[in-house]
Design a protein around this ligand. Structure first.
Ligand code: UTP
Length: 289
């Protein structure tokens, strides 16, 4: 079955990027000239997704506005002959069917995903974390959708991380199936040093079967007193099995300051409008380091 629906959780408080995220959602922080969440929606669309639900929260209406039409602006752009920018703006509002729902209290990623239950219904769906931008020729979400189509199991996007970083993420028990595809049998969220199963962690993307909702409804608060998606996925991995895709593409964590800077520099170095000027500037700066 083809995956047609995606959930983008974007309701978190973004405390690691304060004060920038006091009034501006971290998902709206720009990477050169597009907000992070637009890269994510574009990845979903390139992966064959048609319907998207974005989970937002109080103060994040600007995300809705970004994917809406903007008639005054569009008119002004046409009048001043800026047809290319005009077309780009129209395209943002027409990329996919996008709906929004509010998570009233920030009780964790698992709790946020539960808000998509009636939208998703009884089909498998993709989850793209709203602060994880992944850039690559083959969209990461699409790589996971293909693995779902092949194995029929919930699928997580995985990458090896450093020993220092793993305690901030999750750790996976896995075995290789073929190439970059693994069988995932267990996982622990934010493991202490003695609980590390491997240095593979779930990063930013997954495809889930709808039975995850039932599991989530019975998942108590875990690490950080939040309802953790990883805790529900653990039940799924233990009982039904799961696959993991070591996806290609570079992931930028827009939830931390260094990640935002890395994304800006690397995207700018490839951006048709600013790449040359930015490269020359960086070379000058690098001489002084
Ligand atoms: P994070 O744990 O990175 O987001 O969640 P956070 O809580 O905003 O981060 P900090 O620690 O305070 O800086 C990953 C994704 O899940 C969403 C976030 O918006 C982010 O895109 N999320 C998280 C929700 O939608 N609701 C929540 O309750 C928690």
């Amino acid at each position: 079955m083809k995956i047609k629906k995606a959930v983008i959780p974007a309701a978190g408080l973004g405390t690691r990027v304060l004060p920038a995220t006091k009034a501006m959602p971290k998902e709206m922080l720009p990477i050169v000239d597009k907000p992070a969440i637009q890269y994510i929606v574009e990845e979903a669309v390139k992966s064959g997704i048609e319907d998207i639900i974005i989970i937002i929260s109080r103060g994040k209406n600007v995300v809705e506005d970004h994917f809406d039409r903007s008639p005054e602006l569009e008119k002004r752009l046409l009048l001043s002959g800026k047809h290319d920018v005009h077309d780009k703006l129209i395209n943002i509002s027409q990329m996919a069917n996008i709906v929004f729902v509010r998570q009233q209290e920030q009780k964790g990623l698992g709790h946020a995903i539960l808000h998509a239950k009636s939208f998703v219904g009884n089909e498998p769906f993709a989850v793209l974390y709203g602060d994880d931008v992944i850039i690559g020729d083959d969209p990461a979400c699409g790589q996971l959708c293909r693995a779902y189509e092949e194995y029929g199991l919930s699928t997580v996007g995985i990458k090896e991380v450093s020993e220092e970083a793993i305690s901030k993420y999750s750790t996976l028990e896995l075995s290789l199936i073929k190439e970059n595809i693994y069988s995932v049998t267990d996982m622990i969220e934010k493991p202490s040093k003695d609980k590390i199963l491997s240095l593979y962690s779930i990063l930013g993307r997954c495809v889930l079967t709808p039975d995850i909702f039932n599991i989530l409804e019975n998942t108590p608060a875990g690490a950080g007193n939040e309802i953790q998606l990883t805790d529900a996925m653990k039940v799924m991995a233990n009982t039904k099995g799961m696959t993991g895709v070591d996806f290609t593409g570079t992931r930028y964590d827009m939830g931390n300051k260094l990640g935002i800077l890395q994304a800006t520099v690397e995207v700018a170095l490839k951006h048709p409008e600013v790449a040359d000027g930015f490269r020359a500037y960086l070379k000058e700066i690098a001489k002084t380091l």
